[in-house]
Structure formats: structure tokens, C-alpha cells
Design a protein around this ligand. Structure first.
Ligand code: HMG
Ligand code: MG
Length: 285
């Protein structure tokens, strides 16, 4: 039996949140429906964040209400606080995600609080999610570099990742938010993290600004990680990380994993179809 790797599709969330043009809710629904037919088991479909901060994601509840749910798929939503969690629960998200930063500058810019304030808030979110029966995923952004503070040390990432696991996250996704991490930096980071944390509880979330994201996935695979975030069509970016490009493209990642003899359960033709549709949603398309 080939070894299985989970591809966590974040296109409808990370992919679309950065698009300047308003995207119709029906197009977002069609996008998620196309993804649901690919064999993916994890799709981040919405954000319940402040519409003042990220206007593009204001229709998360309508998106979750409109999609045709595949029983094998877990539909995830970002929740920055208890209000977001309430929205996600009401909309029927299957799991939620909290998102912290390893650097203070990005924490302030993205969620308007310090790292420690965010972790205290996420403890409450995780407790409420657990009471509602929802699994919680965690993100740590800026794992090697921050757009505001510069270089980020591995120990800072380890502290935040360990705390997210302690407060109840089933997995922590490691975000190279700027997409400029070199494979050697990812290797150094993972050596530091894996001294304390199990590989099975970590995932990779590599933006691809420098074109190294696939190589970074390979470094992480060698270190034992088996879950990777990706966006079809390579869409994505964070409005509060200027200059960053999209996530590693799901199509390229699925193809590379297949070449390596790893099983994802994804149908490449259907993924390509979803990717082609995603590209039509892009500004300027
Ligand atoms: P704040 O301004 O400090 O919070 O924002 P506030 O409590 O003062 O609220 C401000 C306004 O937002 C108020 O409305 C609230 O009611 C409302 P007003 O009175 O001004 O009309 N509000 C909400 N509305 C809807 N849903 C909510 C909610 N909460 C407050 N949940 C806050 C703090 C965290 C809310 C804000 O900073 C925020 O929403 N930030 C989210 C930014 C974001 O979504 N960034 C992109 C996702 S992270 C990412 O892309 C990185 C990742 O991909 C990994 C990687 O690549 O590294 C995950
Ligand atoms: Mg991201």
C-alpha cells in the first residue's frame, strides 16, 4: 500500500481572500463544489473574520449554506475569535481554524493583538469549539520571515506551535506566509520543532513567492510531515503580507506526490477542472 498524504485545499479561503475584485457568492459555491468532486478530504471553504478587515470573505455563511456537501469532505472555516466561532458553528462548518503568528509585527497587522493575547483568545475558541464538537486546527504564520519584523527564529515558532497544540488544536499548520523560505531554513526549523513536537501533528503551508514551495514540501516529507496545504491554480496570499504570492498549486503538489509514489486520493483531471475555474475568478481574468 502506498503511503498516504493529505492535501488540505485552502483555495476558497487563502486563494480568494486576497482578490481585490468582488467575487460572486455563487462562483465561490461553484468553486467549492468542483473541489468536492476531486477526492480532496479537506477544504477550507470560508472565514468568519471581520468584514472590515477582509471584505472578500464576508459571505462565508452563504457559501457554506449553498455548497453541495460531499460526505467524505471536512469543510473548514477560519475563526479569529468567539464571534467567528459562533458564525462557523451556525453555518455548519465541520472544523475551524485559529491563526497565530510567530512574529509580533504580523500578529498586530493581521489580527490586531499580541501573540500572547491571540493565544489566550484561541484557548477560549478551542474550548467553545470542543463543547460544540468541532475539531480545531491551528496556524502559525511567519515561520521564517515576517514582513514587518524580518527574520523569525525557530524557537519562536516552536513556542507558538506547542501552545496551539496544548490548547487543543489537533494539528498545527506551519505558514511560510511570505513564500520566501529556503529549503535549508525549513530543514533547520523542522529539526527544532521535531525535538519537541510529533511530525504527525504538524502540516506545511508554503506560499510560493520564490518558487521553492515544492522543494520545501519535499524537505518536510523527509522530516515526516504528511499533510500539506495548497490552492488550486496557485491562488492566494494574505492582505496583511504585502508582496506574498499564492500557495503552492494543488495541481503541482498532487502531481509531485504521485511521482514520489505517495497516495492522495485525488483525481488530477477533476483537480485541473477546479483549477481552470479558479483562474477565471482571479482579478484581471
Ligand atoms: P479588531 O478591530 O481588533 O476587533 O479586529 P474588534 O473586536 O474591535 O472588532 C472590529 C469590528 O469587526 C467590529 O465591527 C466587530 O463587530 C467586527 P464594527 O463595530 O467596527 O462594525 N468583528 C467581526 N465581524 C465578523 N466576524 C468576526 C468579527 N470579529 C470582530 N469574527 C479581528 C480583530 C481579529 C476581528 C480582525 O483583525 C480580523 O478579522 N482579522 C482577520 C484577518 C484575516 O482574515 N487575515 C487573513 C487570514 S490569515 C492568513 O491568511 C495566514 C494563513 O494563510 C497562514 C499563512 O499563510 O501564514 C492562515
Ligand atoms: Mg496562507
Amino acid at each position: 500500500m502506498p503511503e498516504r498524504v493529505t492535501l488540505f485545499e485552502v483555495g476558497p479561503r487563502d486563494g480568494l481572500q486576497n482578490e481585490a475584485r468582488a467575487i460572486a457568492t455563487r462562483d465561490k459555491i461553484r468553486f467549492v463544489d468542483l473541489l468536492s468532486a476531486t477526492g480532496l478530504r479537506k477544504i477550507e471553504a470560508a472565514s468568519f473574520v471581520s468584514p472590515r478587515w477582509v471584505p472578500q470573505m464576508a459571505d462565508g455563511a452563504q457559501v457554506l449554506a449553498g455548497i453541495r456537501r460531499a460526505p467524505s469532505v471536512s469543510y473548514a472555516a477560519l475563526t479569529p475569535n468567539l464571534r467567528g466561532l459562533e458564525g462557523a458553528v451556525a453555518a455548519g462548518a465541520d472544523e475551524v481554524a485559529v491563526f497565530a503568528s510567530a512574529s509580533e509585527g504580523f500578529s498586530r497587522a493581521n489580527i490586531n493583538c499580541t501573540i500572547d493575547e491571540s493565544l489566550a483568545r484561541y484557548r477560549e475558541v478551542a474550548e467553545a469549539a470542543s463543547a460544540a464538537g468541532l475539531p480545531v486546527r491551528g496556524y502559525v504564520s511567519c515561520i521564517t520571515q515576517c514582513p514587518y519584523d524580518g527574520t523569525v527564529e525557530p524557537q519562536a515558532v516552536r513556542r507558538v506551535a506547542a501552545e496551539l497544540l496544548r490548547l487543543g488544536c489537533y494539528e498545527v499548520s506551519l505558514g511560510d506566509t511570505l513564500g520566501r523560505a529556503a529549503p535549508g531554513e525549513i530543514d533547520r526549523l523542522l529539526r527544532c520543532l521535531l525535538a519537541e513536537l510529533p511530525a504527525a501533528r504538524l502540516a506545511g503551508h508554503f506560499h510560493d513567492t520564490s518558487g521553492q514551495a515544492l522543494r520545501n514540501v519535499e524537505v518536510a516529507l523527509e522530516a515526516g510531515l504528511r499533510t500539506f496545504d495548497a490552492s488550486v491554480g496557485g491562488l492566494g496570499g494574505c492582505p496583511y503580507a504585502p508582496g506574498a504570492s499564492g500557495n503552492v498549486a494543488s495541481e503541482s503538489l498532487a502531481a509531485r506526490l504521485a511521482e514520489l509514489g505517495l497516495e492522495t486520493g485525488i483525481d488530477p483531471a477533476r483537480l485541473a477542472e477546479a483549477g481552470a475555474f479558479a483562474r477565471t475568478l482571479r482579478s484581471g481574468a
